[in-house]
Design a protein around this ligand. Sequence first.
Ligand SMILES: C[S@@+](CC[C@H](N)C(=O)[O-])C[C@H]1O[C@@H](n2cnc3c(N)ncnc32)[C@H](O)[C@@H]1O
Length: 248
Amino acid sequence: MIYEFKIAFKTIQKEGIGSLFKKVFSYFGQMVKALRFLTLRKPFDGTPDEVVDFSFNSAGGLIYPGQVRSEFVQIAELIKKQKPRVIVEIGTANGGTLSAWCALAAPDATIVSIDLPGGIHGGGYAYWRTLIYRQFARPKQKLHLLRADSHRPDSLAQLKKLLPPEGVDFLFIDGDHTYEGVKADYEMYSPLVRKGGVVALHDICLHPPEMDCHVDKFWAEIAEKNHACRELIENPKQGGFGIGLIQF
Ligand SMILES: C[S@@+](CC[C@H](N)C(=O)[O-])C[C@H]1O[C@@H](n2cnc3c(N)ncnc32)[C@H](O)[C@@H]1O
């Protein structure tokens, strides 16, 4: 609830009371969509295309990914083949990628998604959405939603307590996209990935300067040192997005 009050306070300060009323109206609209979401059949064991379609189109846009469709389908194909048993995601936002990881992971996988309420490059999500995101998991999957700053040592310590000892099969970094932010995420979390596991960095393409997204700079540094790298980019001139993969 603190998150909601902060957003309401910021809205009144920056945009005025009229804008707050509009946001409250849209907030309740989302809750109606959430009730609809609860009745939907989830795409467990679906094809990568079906899983990605669900993530883009279910419940009137209640959940959606910040992804280019073709890039998302390619990484979904990889996850479907790998069937990871342990997934860590940094950057939950509207749950688009998280819903896909849950549908494609092993039926008994442990999945942890971390997001900072009010975080840059997306803003996190309201607490009530955890009730929706929990529906992504299959009956035997363990899904943990950490609403925390990925850069804090106590967040890493909390995550470690949730993970089984085998190590992480798939780490998806899509949180703070500043150079220092993505570097810190990579340096803190990639040591948890097991040999043979995969790390994916989102937004490796060059972005317009006003977006303060510099994953491309960090990606260029690690790709130079690492031969097991691959890029999933629909169009190098698309002005953002793009996924970088590193096989450990
Ligand atoms: C681009 S969105 C994630 C999109 C999501 N992966 C998808 O495509 O469905 C980035 C998210 O990262 C979160 N974030 C930013 N800085 C963070 C930090 N230091 N720790 C955790 N989450 C952070 C933001 O709050 C935002 O919700």
